[in-house]
Design a protein around this ligand. Sequence first.
Ligand SMILES: [Zn+2]
Ligand SMILES: [Zn+2]
Length: 140
Amino acid sequence: MDMDGTTYTEKRPLSDLTVEEVERVYSGKPGCGCGCRGRYYESGPMVAKVLKLVQAAVAAGQDRNGVEGSMAYWESETRYYWVYAKVELSTRPARPVHTVGGKPIGPEGVPYGTTHDWDCPGCKDIPYLSSPRSETYWAS
Ligand SMILES: [Zn+2]
Ligand SMILES: [Zn+2]
């Protein structure tokens, strides 16, 4: 848990996964996954297509969907889509990376009162004056 109550992941968020990190995808009719009801793809436009479909379905919570280890799936009444990634996946967001002096802060953070960089990527969604980039943040 972080300060705002969000639970982050150290794994690769499915929503951020790119085609380069995909080993293969599957698209087929419900049932057996040996290839008799569908096809596996290791390259070509189907890899990007199935990845996008599964990312959208998991984000929207459609039908049976989820992440198990390095695999993500979306199984509807009429079609199964599976994504096999090269990395461990998670449905949670990645921890924002904060920087001090141009270097990322480790998981243990930095001592209290340390001002983050003005362009700290982890602070970018927080108004300047209420983020640890500003002196007033630590003064209040
Ligand atoms: Zn089969
Ligand atoms: Zn920051």
